[in-house]
Structure formats: structure tokens, C-alpha cells
Design a protein around this ligand. Structure first.
Ligand code: SF4
Length: 356
């Protein structure tokens, strides 16, 4: 008996190829994607525009895999976190509603190899690269669950900011992006799909059209000496190399800016001097800056800066003409803020809460 292909791992071109191999019209690819992704059906039998033979063929050979829910929690602020069982462990996916916008934060790996000093996911180490089907499965399943719960806010944005470094699982992430942006699949505009990276330079170079989605660079310091301690990957791809890759990305793609994620950690990277170093480094307003006050709890070696220090840092950047946002913590009471994702209820309380 042959194993089934997972629809969620097929780009539209691959689905067309599958149909052609079965002497069916490749035009049916759009019909199938519309039925499964946009209309949210679980099977092909109601798809009466296809012949009964093709429907049976699809049923027998192309699976649609919703991810099993291991656990879920909802915060008072509307944030929902699911733990899904995948090959190699449990991943976390977070939905963040905000004024008509629904952002889904998805995982790309079980655990992560990059060992950032302030990140809960890092404590797991790397365990498994998710398949494209497991990445798309998060979006498809989350949408179904939100619909069943009567949630009024649709998923309008998808960010690869959950567990794992997306650019170290490039093939699967690239396939998933193609499905997310396809007009007959999820039809999410490219600028509303964000890949967040700790600075995997070869991966940044691979993000070419149509994969030129929004890019977020987790910088956290303008100084190599500090960044080496927070993001060990910096020793391999230091800041200058990273910014060269960003400038090339801006030059060669349709994206107009890159977002710099900067987690503010008291006494480590939150001084006015550090803000000025950041201004000197960036030296161009093609970067937006997203300041993320560190979330922490008892036992953490890092502390969140005071509101005053955060505001001084922000003001220094704003004066230079940068677009600066300070991220409001969401989903804290269920450990769903970025950098808090660890995949199990018992383990996560032992670890530092942080942001990527
Ligand atoms: S911050 Fe991101 S890249 Fe760094 S260890 Fe955590 S998940 Fe990996």
C-alpha cells in the first residue's frame, strides 16, 4: 500500500503536476485549493465540479491533515495558544487579535539550535524540522478552531516567530509561504507574511520573489560584543555581514523596509548609549524598529527595563526619524508571548520569558 501525499506540502505547481500525472486537467489545482484552503473543507467528496473518479483518486492518495491539539489556552486579552502534536514533539502556535487584525504566530521547528541567551525555546535544543504540511497545518487547523469557537477576527497576518529559526528550515518554509500567499489558497498578501530571523545570512539571500515577504531581523544589540552573548549565531554572521544581507534584500526585492526587533533587557542593551550605537549602525530609515520589553519571571537572570528607560530609548530613536513601536505584551498569563514558547506546560515555567 502506498503512502498518501499531504496536500499541505504541495505548492500549486506541484498539485498541477500531480493532476497531470493522472491525466486530469491542471486547472483543477485552483479548484481544489479553493475548496480546502478558502472554504475550509476536510475532504474532496463535496467537490462535485470534479469527476467522481478524480474525487476518489484524491481521497485515496492526497491527505488533508489537521494537527492534533495537545492543549490550548485563551488569555483574557483574546490571545489563544495551541499546542499541537507533530512528529518529534509538541509545537506552539499563537493567535493574537488586535483591532480587526488577526496575527497567527507559527512555529517552523521543534526546539531551536541557535541557543539565544534569553529564549525559552532555546532550552529545548533542536529536535525536528517541521514539514511544510506541519507548518501549513498550523494555519489551517487554527483557522478551523477559531471558526468553531465563533471567533470574529480572521487570520489576516502570519508571522514565523514561533518556535525555531525559519531560515534553518528553508525548503519547508518556502513551500509554506507559496501556499500562504497563493490567491486560491490562503491569499495572504506578501507584506502580511513575516519571516523573523536571528540572522541566517544564506537564508536571507534565498528570499527571492515570490518569497520576498516582510523580513524581521532580531538584532537586540548594535555591538558585536553584546550580540555575541545574546545571539551566539552572531559569531558566525556578525552585524556588518548581516546588515549587508539586509541592504541587498531591500535592493533586490519589492520590500521597502526591514523591521529590526530589539528586545530591551535592563542593564544589557537598554542605555541611551546603546540607542545611539543603534542609530549609528542603521544610518538609514529603511529600517523600522520594534522594541520588545523583555518579559521575565522569578529565577530569570535578566530583567525588564523600567517604563522610563524604555521610553528614553524609544525617544532617542524617534528623534532621529525612525518609525519605532514598542510591542505591547500579549498573552503573558498563558506564556504565549514571543520567546516564551517551549512546547510543554510543565517545562515552560522553569524558563526565562523572552522575546525574539
Ligand atoms: S530566539 Fe528564535 S532563533 Fe533564538 S533560540 Fe529562540 S527560537 Fe531560536
Amino acid at each position: 500500500m502506498h503512502s498518501k501525499i499531504d496536500l499541505f506540502s504541495l505548492t500549486s505547481n506541484q498539485l498541477e503536476g500531480y493532476l497531470q500525472m493522472r491525466d486530469a486537467s491542471p486547472r483543477h489545482a485552483n479548484t481544489i485549493m479553493d475548496w480546502i484552503y478558502r472554504r475550509g473543507h476536510h475532504d474532496y467528496q463535496g467537490l462535485t465540479t470534479l469527476s467522481p473518479q478524480l474525487r476518489n483518486e484524491l481521497t485515496n492518495s492526497v491527505s488533508i491533515t489537521s494537527l492534533p491539539v495537545y492543549a490550548s489556552e485563551r488569555d483574557n486579552d483574546g490571545v489563544v495558544k495551541w499546542q499541537f502534536t507533530v512528529q518529534g514533539g509538541v509545537i506552539e502556535t499563537v493567535f493574537i487579535p488586535s483591532r480587526g487584525r488577526g496575527t497567527l504566530c507559527i512555529s517552523s521547528q521543534v526546539g531551536c539550535a541557535l541557543n539565544c541567551a534569553f529564549c525559552a525555546t532555546a532550552t529545548l535544543g533542536w529536535r525536528h524540522n517541521l514539514s511544510a504540511a506541519e507548518i501549513i497545518g498550523q494555519v489551517w487547523t487554527a483557522r478551523q478552531l477559531l471558526k468553531e469557537a465563533g471567533n470574529p477576527t480572521p487570520i489576516t497576518n502570519v508571522v514565523f516567530m514561533g518556535m525555531g529559526e525559519p531560515l534553518l528550515n528553508f525548503g519547508a518554509v518556502a513551500t509554506a509561504i507559496r501556499i500562504l500567499i497563493h490567491p486560491f489558497a490562503f491569499a495572504i498578501p506578501r507584506r502580511r507574511v513575516t519571516v523573523s530571523t536571528a540572522g541566517v545570512v544564506p537564508g536571507i539571500h534565498l528570499l527571492r520573489p515570490p518569497l520576498d515577504v516582510s523580513l524581521m531581523l532580531s538584532l537586540h544589540s548594535a555591538r558585536d560584543a553584546v550580540r555575541n552573548t545574546l545571539v551566539p549565531l552572531n559569531k558566525k554572521y556578525p552585524i556588518a555581514t548581516l546588515l549587508d544581507a539586509c541592504q541587498r534584500y531591500l535592493k533586490e526585492n519589492s520590500t521597502r523596509w526591514i523591521t529590526i526587533a530589539y528586545t530591551l533587557i535592563e542593564g544589557i542593551n537598554d542605555s541611551i548609549e546603546e540607542a545611539r550605537q543603534l542609530l549609528t549602525l542603521l544610518n538609514t530609515t529603511t529600517f523600522k524598529i520594534n522594541l520588545i520589553p523583555l518579559n521575565t519571571f522569578s529565577g530569570s537572570p535578566f530583567r525588564t527595563p523600567s517604563t522610563l528607560r524604555i521610553d528614553r530609548f524609544r525617544t532617542e530613536l524617534c528623534r532621529a526619524g525612525y518609525r519605532v513601536t514598542v510591542r505591547t505584551p500579549r498573552g503573558n498569563s498563558i506564556d504565549a508571548a514571543c520567546g516564551q514558547l517551549i512546547g510543554t506546560n510543565t517545562q515552560r515555567n522553569k524558563h526565562i520569558i523572552a522575546c525574539t
